[in-house]
Design a protein around this ligand. Structure first.
Ligand code: CA
Length: 227
């Protein structure tokens, strides 16, 4: 269950926001002043922050700034004064959204949901899927290849062929098998295409193409990627 922190000194407003958010399945905590709001926000227990600007103790600007130093959770700032909202925009203080009071609770709930969904997508983005073999680095997600830190340009098929071999180290594949694997059964071409591509890949990744360290030729059979 997502946890929402509301920092709002007008208790009736805070209570209404809390009721609607709880009805939508959120767990909600209210702080009615800036000092306790800042302390609570910095505990890191919350998924989203709804922050009033004019508060006793520490104001909403300061809370936003301090939270941003530590966390990337969504922050929705609210104020009765349109000038405050304009000020936040102008300062670019890292709030994700701004709402002018009074606003409808259904709109608040919709925005909370939208920001949480966007944040979840951000934090759940997996790390790039990378293969590292000695000085060779294949970033499968970005489809980029680096040799000793230097990027090399690969065509689609060269990349697919290299990646396939690198993912199946020490396995000997015939050119026929590689052609079917990378180009597919129905492709037009012949197995000489594989030879040409292996040659081009070697020129990019091997220090000495006459003594390949990655893709070895197994004479009379095919190719093997050395783990
Ligand atoms: Ca206030």
């Amino acid at each position: 269950m997502s946890k929402v922190l509301i920092v709002e000194d007008e208790e009736s407003i805070a209570d209404i926001e809390k009721d609607y958010l709880e009805l939508s399945g959120f767990e909600v905590k209210i702080c009615n002043d800036g000092t306790s709001g800042l302390a609570e926000a910095l505990t890191g227990k919350y998924d989203i922050l709804i922050l009033d600007i004019m508060l006793p103790g520490v104001d909403g600007y300061e809370i936003c700034r301090r939270v941003r130093e530590k966390q990337n959770i969504p922050i929705i700032m609210v104020s009765a004064k349109k000038e405050d909202i304009d000020k936040i925009r102008g300062l670019g203080m890292g709030a994700d959204d701004y709402m002018t009071k009074p606003f409808s609770t259904s709109e608040l709930v919709a925005r909370v949901k939208a920001h949480l969904a966007a944040y979840q997508r951000l934090v759940n983005t997996p790390e790039n899927d990378v293969l590292e073999i000695r000085g060779l680095r294949i970033d499968k997600t970005a489809r980029r290849v680096f040799v000793n830190g230097e990027e090399k340009q690969f065509t689609t098929k060269e990349f697919d062929l290299l990646t396939f071999l690198a993912e199946h180290p020490n396995h000997v594949y015939t050119r026929d098998e590689l052609f079917r694997e990378i180009w597919g059964m129905d492709s037009i071409g012949d197995i000489a295409t594989v030879t040409v591509h292996i040659k081009k890949i070697r020129e990019k990744i091997e220090a000495d193409t006459s003594k390949p360290q990655y893709i070895e030729t197994i004479w009379g059979v095919g190719y093997r990627f050395r783990a």
